[in-house]
Structure formats: structure tokens, C-alpha cells
Design a protein around this ligand. Structure first.
Ligand code: F6P
Length: 533
């Protein structure tokens, strides 16, 4: 491993200053450094990765044991070693393939829960399950992190397929969130889903109580319009939710990997069981590809290796996710949790400090909006931000096809501009045509130079259907897995979220004036004094 890392670093230093554009002197460059899965095209040719770098990266994946660990994950081994758990979100989208945890096949229980979800959703969508004021018109999913971001992202992404009740998402403990969401809804025709793996998360439980009070003001039996999604059946019962509307899952489904199962209930309600199954099938298709394709043709492996090249080898700390697809507006936020909660760790599985940086900082916004906001820095800032574009060949609005064309041309223009840049000579020539001369021409020209040679990748797909979304989400999940294995990280725990939770609990009585701030640092004590009610 160490030798491969060193060889990669040495190679990167040797090629750092060459122009990526020159690599296209090879007429087969684009084709060779692209990977396809059916209609999906992942073009990673606009990076500085050449044959040598690619081969070394693939060697790195081999030496890290990606293939062996991949099989361990799919077969139910407890690869989440710090929590002693299997990692089996893949079983949620492939319930026909038996897989054992502690010697027991887990798939019959998955199928049963899935069938119960389908029956409930069908009843609700057909008006057989109603609120106390009539058919359910609105669904409010109360959850946070993995119990919110996945279904919220997917409900927006698949809006063209939504033909059920309207779905709303409340996550923040800030009362403004639930207030603004509930204020226009009718409690008598609203279903509240309390989505929490642990059913202890303070934000979710607080919002759930608020929703219950809101409903109690109007309907006689608020709990009858609540459903729960959790691994903690005892707690959902204590909250008063009837077991017939509780959909359980096991602790081997990580929160940020959980949208495929009961956490996806809101999505199933929005788009219907058939479209939800198509979403699962898309994820399962990516699983098959990930398990079977050789590394050199394996989409998740290559996406991970490109990420490692940019972050750990080239030293670019962030990556921008830039969907040219307004309905993927929540994808960057979803990926922030998926990638940063999974691989944002400086200690390896074996307890030692990492010798490389942990996973990258992930951020982004949909195009073309971002172009009018932060692309300035991406094009002319002093730091390099590898960009990951996503774009569909076809939109869902045939009568607005001309707008889709504009969208796509903007997407391609951005990756081309990042690659090509604009030289000082080109800038001078443009200004000279406008009549500028001398030192003013020179000064102005400098501001108009684009260094170019900035890496990007593009994931293109036919259309954002449920199956395509399933493939995209599973693709990123497996990317995280591969990056985690190569870095030696446990991608499936999240100890880094605990300290803040503990401190918040201790601060509550101080803010209420029931406890003093002795032992707090001066800044925290001052802020408590200011914010205390
Ligand atoms: O605090 C982080 C976290 O545990 C995430 O990993 C998780 O997705 C989120 O909180 C919500 O947890 P739960 O589903 O148990 O409410």
C-alpha cells in the first residue's frame, strides 16, 4: 500500500503542471477515461489522471482489499467494527437474495415489512386509511439527518412521479421549521411520520411532541394519525403509536443509508409502491454492477478513485457537486451527510491516526444557479475545486425542451471552461478589439484570464426516473465504501456527533437559569448570559 501511495504522489508531482487539455491529443482519451452502465455515462477524462495514475489507483484499491471487504459487506459480516454491526442497506433493495446476520436470514423480515408498508401506502393513497377529517392530503415526515435528507432529497428529485398526498419534511429543532410547515395544514387530514432510527433524537422527539399537541387541538385521537419508522419498537409504543403503523428496521442499516427501507415511507407515499420498487431496482442494479464489474470498468470504484486522486493525492480539500437538474437541489446536502459523516474521520479502523487526509469537504448547489454565485471562485480563485457535474439528456417538461437545451449547454460550457481556461493572449485580443491599448489593456486583461486546467467529471444519464435516482444514490454509497476501505476508515459509525449533543444537554439548564456556568470557558459563559431567557 505505502509504495503505491508513494508512487501515486511521485507521479502526481511529475505531471502536476501539464495541461489536461493536451491529454486529448490522444483521440481515444474521452472514451478510455469514461465508464458506462447502460444509459449512464461517467466521463472522467477532464482530469489529470492518465494511464499510469489510473493503473496505480486500481492497484491501490486491490491492495486495500476492496474486493474482499465488498464481499464481506454484502454477505453480512460485521464490518462496522466499532459498533459491532453488519452493514446491509443493500439487502433493503434486494430482498430476494438471502443474507445472514448471526446465522439468521434477514430477508423474510425485510419482505414482510416492505409488504406492510405497501399495504399501508395503498390504503392511504386510495382513501381507505383516512384522517379524522377525511382522506389524507398531507404527510409530514419528522426526522433529521439520515431520517430526513434521503427521503426529502428523493421526493424533490422524483416530483414528476408524485401522485399521492403532498409530503413535507421537518427536521430542525428550531420551532420555526415545524411552525412554518404546519401552519397551512389541516390536522384532520394530515399524517405525521416520526422517522428516527433510535427514537431518542432530541430534535425529532421534540418536534413529534409539538405535532401531537397541534393535532390534539383539532382531532380526538391524534396518535391514530401518526406512523413511526424506527428500530426501537418499545419507544414507538411508549409514544402511543399503534404497532400496525410502526415500520421497523434493524441496527445494521445506518441512518444515512436508510432511505431504501421504512425511512423511505414518505417517498413511497408520494410516488406509490410501484415507482418506489423501481427506485429499489435501480439501486440493486448498481449493487450488481459494483460486485461484478472489474475495477477498471466499475463505476463506484472509479468514482472513488477519482475522488482519492483529487483529495488525498493532489491535495484539493473540497469537491463541488453540481447537478444541472433543479430537482437534485438537495443532493449536495444529502451527500454531505453520506460522505462527511461516513469518511470524516482522522482515526483508522485499527485506532491509529490516518497517514492521509480523511474524506473531502463536499458542497454544491444546482446549476445554473451556482454559476451566478460561487463559480467565480471555481474559475478564478486561487484554490482548485474538483467539480462533479450531473446532467440528464432529457427533462420531464417536453414543452420546455428549449430550456433543457440551455441547461445542458451551460453544464457542458462550465466543464469546458474549467478545462480550457482563457489565456492572457486571448484576453488581450478581445480587449484590443474593443479599442483598449497600453497599460490599461494589460491591467484589464489580467482580470479576464482563466487559468483553466481545472479538473471536473460529468455523470450523464437519460432522465431522472426512479430507477436512475436509485442507481445514482447507490453509486455514491459505494463510492463512500471504497474510499473508506482505501483510507482504512470505518465509514459506518459517527462518534463525531456525540460531544455536541452531550454539551447541549448540559447547557439547557444554564440557559433556563437553573444552573450556573461555572467551569465553562469565558466565551460560552458570556453567550449563555446574553441568550439566557
Ligand atoms: O446525530 C447524527 C445521527 O445519529 C445521524 O447519523 C442520523 O442519521 C441522525 O442523527 C438521526 O438519527 P435517528 O434516525 O436515530 O433519529
Amino acid at each position: 500500500m505505502k509504495q503505491i501511495w508513494q508512487a501515486l504522489k511521485a507521479h502526481q508531482q511529475a505531471v502536476e503542471h501539464r495541461a489536461i487539455l493536451d491529454l486529448f491529443a490522444d483521440p481515444r482519451r474521452a472514451e478510455t477515461f469514461s465508464t458506462r452502465l447502460d444509459d449512464m455515462l461517467f466521463d472522467w477524462s477532464k482530469t489529470n489522471i492518465d494511464h499510469t495514475a489510473r493503473d496505480l489507483l486500481i492497484d491501490l484499491a486491490g491492495a486495500a482489499g476492496v474486493a474482499e471487504k465488498r464481499e464481506a459487506m454484502f454477505s453480512g459480516a460485521k464490518i462496522n467494527e466499532t459498533e459491532g454491526r453488519a452493514v446491509l442497506h443493500t439487502a433493503l433493495r434486494n430482498m430476494d437474495r438471502p443474507v445472514q446476520v448471526d446465522g439468521v436470514d434477514v430477508t423474510p423480515a425485510l419482505r414482510e415489512t416492505h409488504a406492510r408498508m405497501q399495504a399501508f401506502v395503498r390504503d392511504l393513497r386510495a382513501g381507505r386509511f383516512t384522517g379524522q377529517g377525511g382522506p389524507i392530503t398531507d404527510v409530514v415526515n419528522i426526522g433529521i439527518g439520515g431520517s430526513d435528507l434521503g427521503p426529502a432529497m428523493a421526493c424533490l428529485a422524483l416530483a414528476p412521479y408524485a401522485d399521492g398526498p403532498r409530503c413535507h419534511f421537518v427536521s430542525n429543532v428550531d420551532g420555526a421549521h415545524i411552525h412554518d410547515t404546519l401552519k397551512d395544514l389541516d390536522p384532520a387530514t394530515t399524517l405525521v411520520i416520526v422517522a428516527s432510527k433510535t427514537f431518542t433524537t432530541i430534535e425529532t422527539m421534540t418536534n413529534a411532541e409539538t405535532a401531537k399537541r397541534w393535532m390534539a387541538g383539532v382531532v380526538s385521537d391524534p396518535a391514530a394519525q401518526f406512523a413511526a419508522v424506527s428500530t426501537a419498537a418499545d419507544r414507538t409504543a411508549a409514544f402511543g403509536i399503534d404497532a400496525s403503523r410502526v415500520f421497523g428496521f434493524e441496527d445494521w442499516v445506518g441512518g444515512r443509508y436508510s432511505m431504501w427501507g421504512p425511512i423511505g415511507l414518505s417517498l413511497m407515499i408520494a410516488i406509490g409502491p410501484e415507482a418506489f420498487d423501481a427506485f429499489l431496482a435501480g439501486g440493486a442494479e448498481m449493487d450488481r454492477h459494483f460486485r461484478e464489474a472489474p475495477f477498471a470498468e466499475n463505476l463506484p470504484v472509479l468514482l472513488a478513485l477519482v475522488g482519492l486522486w483529487h483529495n488525498q493525492i493532489c491535495g484539493h480539500a473540497t469537491r463541488a457537486v453540481l447537478p444541472y437538474d433543479q430537482r437534485l437541489a438537495r443532493l449536495p446536502a444529502y451527500l454531505q451527510q453520506l460522505e462527511m459523516e461516513s469518511n470524516g474521520k482522522r482515526v483508522a479502523m485499527d485506532g491509529h491516526e490516518l497517514t492521509h487526509h480523511s474524506g473531502p469537504i463536499v458542497w454544491g448547489e444546482p446549476g445554473t444557479n451556482g454559476q451566478h454565485a460561487f463559480y467565480q471562485l471555481i474559475h478564478q480563485g486561487s484554490r482548485i475545486v474538483p467539480c462533479e457535474f450531473l446532467v440528464a439528456r432529457e427533462g420531464h417538461e417536453p414543452d420546455l425542451a428549449h430550456q433543457h437545451l440551455l441547461l445542458v449547454s451551460n453544464c457542458l460550457a462550465q466543464s469546458e471552461a474549467l478545462l480550457r481556461g482563457r489565456s492572457i493572449e486571448e484576453a488581450r485580443a478581445t480587449l484590443a478589439k474593443k479599442g483598449l491599448t497600453g497599460s490599461e489593456l494589460e491591467r484589464q486583461a489580467r482580470h479576464r484570464v482563466f487559468p483553466g486546467n481545472r479538473p471536473s467529471t460529468t455523470l450523464a444519464y437519460e432522465k431522472l426516473t426512479p430507477a436512475t435516482l436509485g442507481r445514482i444514490v447507490a453509486l455514491y454509497e459505494h463510492r463512500v465504501f471504497v474510499e473508506g476501505v482505501i483510507l482504512g476508515i470505518n465509514s459506518y459509525d459517527q462518534w463525531g456527533v456525540e460531544l455536541g449533543k452531550e454539551l447541549a444537554l448540559a447547557l439547557q439548564p444554564m440557559l433556563e437559569g437553573r444552573a450556573g456556568t461555572e467551569g465553562k470557558d469565558g466565551s460560552t459563559a458570556q453567550l449563555v448570559a446574553y441568550l439566557r431567557r
